[in-house]
Design a protein around this ligand. Structure first.
Ligand SMILES: NC(=O)c1ccc[n+]([C@@H]2O[C@H](COP(=O)([O-])OP(=O)(O)OC[C@H]3O[C@@H](n4cnc5c(N)ncnc54)[C@H](O)[C@@H]3O)[C@@H](O)[C@H]2O)c1
Length: 380
């Protein structure tokens, strides 16, 4: 065994050392399979993962996880949120390459695809408000360009492709019954309809690479590209600043997951045997992090009792879904380490340190609020 190969197996075992022994054995067998397949195709045996949308909120954290795991990364991003400095975060790491690229431009994505073993697609117009504001671009990026990318992955000897989707696809679930992967999808927004279209596209065809659909819970937690347009962080910041927080439809449910844990989940898909993850859909989060908006506010109130709150019914976002995470727990042994309370506490500590004092001056960097690049088509 070459020294590089034994180092990669050591790193693999170390990062999965807390998993039950049977999972660890499967993971080592999978790595040996992957390497043998790469050798048979005359490709480098080093893993090189292309992260499309790598300069975003989740991408920044995920890339750090990959590099720490000894995996090389090519990150590509069009940098639409004034987030160019974030392409630099890992610049000095020898395993990191950044290629500025637009998912809508096949030549740019083609050069990023050169020599990669696996692809993770994070790039998207993310969230209901931004997709509603730019519906045409949303269709172009989230559906048309995404489907073109997927089609272009054929005949490349690709190992694994991860499509990051959303639990928002469940929209409005009856009687607060937790939705599992086979529950009816009821997308209520342009964003969720876009994600469902791509899921259907992937699931309806035969591909010569393994693919996995991860339906992420709403993210929270610190990232170099912090997003204050996501519930836990938005509420925590507004309450920390004693702003007048108006919470609509306080008793609606949604699941949440820390960005570090979402990164672990993606890494787990890359590590796990292909027969376990291929053509599979996983809700990504944990049952304990299903929360109503009111329970999040109460949790923050315990820490900031004098924060003003108002509640109102009949807001513009009718989503209400609890989600069942049994499958990812059983199949990938994925159990998020961080609770919503952990996320609130870490954000309060960061705000106390003053790192976000200037966030209001950069609304697009700190949230998906508007994209100057697309402003001619914005729906007001
Ligand atoms: N953040 C969440 O709560 C959440 C929840 C569920 C699913 N997801 C999914 O996770 C993924 C990442 O979300 P995020 O929170 O990091 O979002 P984000 O908006 O912070 O990051 C998306 C990145 O993609 C880039 N991008 C957008 N269009 C592009 C294009 N045409 N070409 C190249 N790059 C482009 C943006 O510049 C940005 O850096 C998305 O697919 C999203 O749907 C996120």
């Amino acid at each position: 065994m070459s020294s590089e190969l034994s180092r990669s197996i050591d790193q693999l075992c170390e990062r999965n050392s807390l998993l039950p022994a049977c999972f660890q054995e499967d993971i080592v067998r999978e790595e040996l399979r992957r390497i043998a397949a790469a050798r048979a195709k005359n490709r480098t045996e080093r893993r090189r993962v292309l992260v499309i949308g790598g300069a975003g909120y989740i991408g920044n954290v995920f890339i750090r996880h990959l590099l720490n795991a000894g995996i090389d990364v090519v990150s590509t991003d069009v940098l639409m949120y004034e987030n160019a400095p974030l392409a630099m975060t890992s610049w000095t790491h020898s395993g990191y390459t950044f290629i500025k690229g637009d998912l809508r431009k096949s030549n740019e994505i083609d050069s990023a695809l050169n020599g990669v073993s696996d692809v993770v697609l994070l790039a998207s117009l993310v969230g209901d408000p931004i997709s509603k504001k730019y519906p045409t671009q949303s269709q172009h990026i989230n559906v048309d360009a995404t489907q073109s990318l997927i089609s272009s992955l054929r005949n490349r000897g690709l190992n694994k492709f991860i499509f990051v989707s959303t639990c928002s696809n469940y929209g409005l679930q009856p009687d607060n019954t937790p939705a599992h992967e086979a529950s009816d999808l009821k997308p209520l927004s342009v964003y969720a309809r876009n994600k469902v279209s791509v899921e259907e596209f992937l699931l309806s065809q035969n591909w010569d690479f393994s693919y996995t659909i991860l339906r992420f819970a709403t993210a929270f937690g610190l990232s170099p590209r912090m997003r204050f347009d996501l519930t836990v962080s938005e509420f925590t910041r507004d309450m920390f600043l004693r702003r007048d927080l108006l919470v609509y439809d306080a008793d609606t449910w949604r699941p949440y997951c820390h960005v570090e844990d979402l990164s672990t989940a993606m890494l787990r898909v890359l590590d796990f045997p292909i027969e376990t993850i291929s053509r599979e859909v996983f809700n990504t989060g944990c049952d304990a992090n299903n929360f109503t908006k009111r329970s999040i506010v109460e949790l923050i109130h315990q820490r900031i009792p004098d924060a003003p709150i108002r509640y109102k019914d009949h807001g513009s976002d009718p989503r209400n879904y609890r989600v069942n995470f049994e499958k990812i727990r059983n199949v990938l042994h994925f159990i998020p380490a961080k609770s919503v309370a952990d996320g609130v506490d870490e954000l309060i500590r960061a705000m106390q340190s003053g790192v976000f004092d200037n966030a209001d001056a950069h609304p697009n960097f700190y949230g998906n609020r508007s994209i100057p690049l697309f402003d001619t088509e914005a729906v007001k």
